[in-house]
Design a protein around this ligand. Structure first.
Ligand code: CO
Length: 135
């Protein structure tokens, strides 16, 4: 079911400040920047040998990432795993009694189909599932 790790999400107060570390100090190059209005977040993706770092800056305090920052401060936010069939994965996980945030797929960055599992299901780790692009 799981094909690999797509990206690691990092909650940041400021993309500009975070890029000083990820780009300026570590030398990663931003490959994609996108605002996801529905999630209240601005993102920058930095590839690192197949896995990407996804920086997440909230557009306000009343957004999922804004609340995360207020509660826990900046840091690791989620791990995104690739699946080939998101609908089948969600059906399987629902049937096995796992807690989900998204019972149905929604749209993520780059027009992808994604869904979040509940962090309680992952022992405190928020897991995002992302469907590979169908050709
Ligand atoms: Co993500």
């Amino acid at each position: 079911m799981i094909l690999g790790v797509d990206h690691i999400g990092v909650a940041v107060e400021s993309l500009d400040t975070a890029l000083r570390f990820w780009q300026g100090s570590l030398g990663l190059t931003p490959a994609h920047a996108e605002a996801v209005a529905a999630q209240g977040v601005r993102t920058v993706l930095l590839p690192a040998n197949g896995v990407r770092i996804e920086l997440l800056e909230p557009t306000g305090p009343d957004t999922p990432v804004g609340k995360f920052l207020a509660r826990r401060g900046p840091g690791l936010h989620h791990v995104c795993l690739l699946v080939d069939d998101l609908d089948a994965a969600l059906r399987f996980l629902t049937a096995s009694g796992l807690r989900l945030i998204d019972a149905l797929p929604r749209s993520g960055v780059e027009g992808s189909r994604i869904a979040f599992l509940h962090p309680a299901a992952g022992e405190g780790v928020l897991v995002e599932l992302k469907e590979t692009v169908r050709r």
